[in-house]
Design a protein around this ligand. Structure first.
Ligand SMILES: [Ca+2]
Length: 244
């Protein structure tokens, strides 16, 4: 492959990566926040009897919701649930993966164990400082089933500015009205010491799509210039890697 073609291929790959293809990152049992690494839960709002607060950090304690942490029911829509945890030693966090699951169609939807907002905090020695927050509207739970066939699972991979702490907190805002299935259900919350390569890194410049397009045009112009009067060979971009 000629230099100009290689550069163009790299530009196309960068554009595809910037688009953030959907994928489902499996829950980890070796991440920074997993109970296998010594993490302990230090506090939370009430947890549903069918689950345990530690299960969103990899523990398997109860049998009914054996892989999930479910917050208490009969709270008003918009109520806030939280959980706080401590790691065995300070860790430097650079990314996390959140997996949440609400009850499935056709009888249920996001108003049953779904959430409108997720926020993440790290203790800075004085208080819990917010390091990430995202609000959802409409069907946040994978309506196209890109990550899960039940169309009810949401997986969020995100990078955060590197932060070192041994105490963390997460908050979840409940979507549905009070019922016996209104408490938010979290499958897993994993923390990592490395950045996800397919997500923007806070504090770094992300090329605008228009910039990428201009860069691509420049590369094409360079390729034509280097090839002289010869007709440029057709370029077939590689298949979109990483897509489900
Ligand atoms: Ca885990």
């Amino acid at each position: 492959m000629r230099y100009a073609e290689l550069a163009l291929a790299l530009a196309l790959a960068a554009a595809l990566l910037a688009a953030g293809p959907a994928r489902a990152l499996p829950a980890s049992t070796t991440d920074l926040w997993d109970v296998s690494q010594g993490t302990v839960v230090t506090g939370s709002t009430p947890i549903h009897f069918s689950s345990d607060a530690r299960q969103m950090f990899g523990a398997v304690i109860t049998r009914i919701e054996s892989a999930n942490t479910v917050f208490g029911d009969f709270e008003a829509a918009g109520s806030l649930d939280f959980i706080e945890w401590r790691t065995a030693a300070p860790v430097t966090l650079r990314s996390f993966n959140l997996s949440a699951v609400h009850d499935a169609a056709p009888l249920r939807n996001r108003y049953y164990r779904g959430m409108d907002r997720f926020s993440l905090f790290a203790f800075d020695g004085t208080d819990f400082a917010e390091i990430f927050s995202i609000s959802f509207s409409g069907d946040l739970y994978d309506p196209l089933a890109a990550n899960h066939p039940c169309k009810c699972q949401f997986v969020l991979e995100a990078n955060v500015a590197a932060v070192t702490s041994d105490r963390f907190r997460a908050e979840f805002v409940q979507t549905g009205p009070p019922s016996d299935a209104s408490g938010v259900r979290i499958h897993e919350l994993d923390g990592y010491g490395t950045f996800f390569g397919n997500q923007p890194i806070p504090g770094t410049q992300v090329p605008e799509p228009s910039s990428l397009a201009l860069f691509g045009l420049a590369v094409v112009a360079l390729a034509r210039g280097r090839s002289g009067s010869r007709r440029p060979r057709a370029f077939m971009p590689a298949g979109r890697r990483g897509s489900p």
